[in-house]
Design a protein around this ligand. Sequence first.
Ligand code: CUA
Length: 188
Amino acid sequence: MAIQPASHEVAERVERRWAMVVLIIVTVLVAMVVYTGLHWAMMPPSRVETVRPETLHISGEFVESNLGSAVEPDGSVTVRIVAQQYSFTPQCLVVPAGVPVTFRATSSDVIHGFLITDTNINSMLEPGYVSTFKTTFNAPGDHTMPCHEYCGTGHQNMWAHVKVIDRAEFMQMADQLPANSRRLSCVH
Ligand code: CUA
């Protein structure tokens, strides 16, 4: 009866091999999470920030006059956006190249998608929650910002533009803002 120990050995060898495969897969996945976290600033959602969708337009950070790009005291830029069926406000964003940019966005009605082409920004905008992303655009250029989450019959027409311009040009535009307006956008 040489068959019993042989099949037992085979089973052990196969199990050990599969355990190694699983170990390698887990190691690769953990390495990917660490790498993207450190190098692309892609973080798993670690914080939840809520906002009341029914009063967005009345008070707080997402009132219409506060939407668009704002230069912070530390020189970074914050962009605030509201998504609604079927557009983004503002419809055209302007941001500087080579400067850390924080996007803060939410939805006033249903779930929308938020994606900026050629960047690490790709998420959802949910009513009641604020989505925050940080990125730095390396070079001037135009990006599109389509809603990529089905949100109703007008979904396919819902998209905006992101214009990345030279840092000096952006700061000059920011300096020339009238006293009653603190936000930049390329909507005319
Ligand atoms: Cu908004 Cu699809």
